[in-house]
Every structure is written in C-alpha cells, then in structure tokens.
Design a protein around this ligand. Structure first.
Ligand code: COA
Length: 198
C-alpha cells in the first residue's frame, strides 16, 4: 500500500494527475533521461520482454528514448519509474492505463536483480490506491501470462480476483494463454476498512 498519495479531483475519462508515490521502500516518479543507463541494463532481458505485450527485445537506446518520449507526452494514465527510496536507484517501471474508457489497467516490470524482494507487491498497492483515490473509475483491470506465477501472486495480494482467460500477444514471444483480473472499488474499500480494523 502507498503510504502517501496526493489526492486529485475524481474523474472518469482516464486523465489523471500523476503524483510521486512513496511506499515503504520505493519512490515512483516520472522517468527521465538520467534513467537511461539503468533502463538499458535492466530492460534488455528476454525474461521480462516475453511476459509483456509491447516491450521490444533486444532493448536498445532507441527503445529507451521512445519510452521516455511516450511517458512525457502521455495524455491519459501514468507511467512511473520505480526507484529505491534509500538510494534513488532505478529498478523498473510501472503504469496505469486507461482501459477502453471503462476502467484502468495496471502494469509493471522490475529488473531481474530486484525480483522476489516484495517490491512489485508495493508497486501494485500504490497503483491501486492512486487509481481509486485520484480517479472516478470503479474497476481496475490487470492481466498476466498464465505461467507468470509471480505476477499472479502480486495481483492476488493487491486484492484482484480472476475474471477470465485471454491471450497475451507479446512482441517477442508471440501468443500465450493469459489470465484476466479485476478489482472493483467496493472491494478496495472493504480491504481498507478491514486493514484499519485489524
Ligand atoms: C512479476 C514481477 C513484477 C514480480 O516482481 P517481484 O518484486 O519479484 O514480486 P514480489 O517480490 O512482490 O513477489 C510477489 C509474490 O510472488 C511470489 N513469487 C516471486 N517470484 C515467483 C516465482 N518465480 N514463482 C512463484 N511465485 C513467485 C513471491 O514469493 C511473492 O509471494 P508471497 O508474498 O506470497 O511470498 C517480476 O518478476 C517481473 O518484473 N517479471 C517480468 C515482467 C513481468 O512479468 N511483469 C508483469 C507482467 S503481468
């Protein structure tokens, strides 16, 4: 869960201010040119690209520059660099995307050296809190490859439930079976109330 999010006026059109998000060990902030070296080192990893729809592999400077430009020009949703609060080190990316005008979708990847430290769990919690606090959307979506056990677990821990099956079209790995998840506002509020009561 995010420790702090600035709140903004609710909206349902996918436009959203994207405040810096602070969690227990992480800071999520806009990506910038100083991230390029770490971005290249971490993103150029087939194990990451094959779990995502749009990440190229190999991942080079042109891809990093395109990513930064896209993040800067974005009109809807948010794109974040995930960094370690203690050192400021860039460790991955995360985002909230408008989902066909009916909700928002969360996504994330972390560099392999940073896997299995609970960081994605913190990222997912922060994105969920932001989406429900800063927009009027009533449902969040997410999906992952059916064999992506880590991401499934991240989503389950963030409160998402499985709603169906689909197909992930990855630029690098082609088509794979995927699982679809949702978290609605009422469930999010119930979780917050349960946490507050514990
Ligand atoms: C998916 C990903 C973001 C997970 O990040 P992470 O920081 O390692 O996740 P966490 O440490 O928060 O772990 C979350 C849970 O998954 C579990 N987990 C981690 N790696 C796992 C694995 N290989 N198999 C099964 N479970 C795993 C953890 O044990 C934890 O569960 P627990 O708290 O019940 O023990 C990271 O592996 C990644 O970036 N992968 C490549 C890109 C990707 O898959 N992005 C998501 C696309 S949907």
């Amino acid at each position: 869960m995010a420790d702090r999010t600035e709140t903004t006026a609710p909206n349902i059109d996918g436009s959203i201010d994207c405040p810096v998000l602070v969690t227990e060990r992480l800071v999520l902030r806009p990506p910038h040119a100083d991230d390029i070296e770490d971005l290249l080192a971490l993103a150029n990893n087939r194990r990451i690209a094959e779990m995502l729809a749009r990440m190229p592999h190999p991942y080079g400077l042109v891809d990093a520059l395109e990513f930064l430009a896209m993040a800067e020009q974005r009109a809807t949703g948010c794109i974040y660099a995930v960094t370690l609060a203690e050192t400021g080190r860039f460790i991955g990316c995360a985002g909230l995307e408008d989902w066909r005008g009916t909700g928002m979708e969360i996504g994330y990847w972390l560099g392999e050296p940073y896997w299995d430290h609970g960081y994605a769990t913190e990222v997912a919690g922060a994105l969920v809190d932001l989406a429900f606090r800063a927009t009027g959307v009533d449902v969040l979506k997410a999906s992952c490859r059916a064999d992506n056990r880590a991401s499934r677990r991240v989503l389950e821990k963030a409160g998402f439930t499985r709603t169906g099956e689909g197909v992930l079209h990855s630029r690098i790995a082609g088509q794979s079976p995927s699982l679809l998840f949702e978290l609605d506002r009422a469930r999010w509020i119930a979780r917050l109330q349960a946490e507050a009561a514990a």
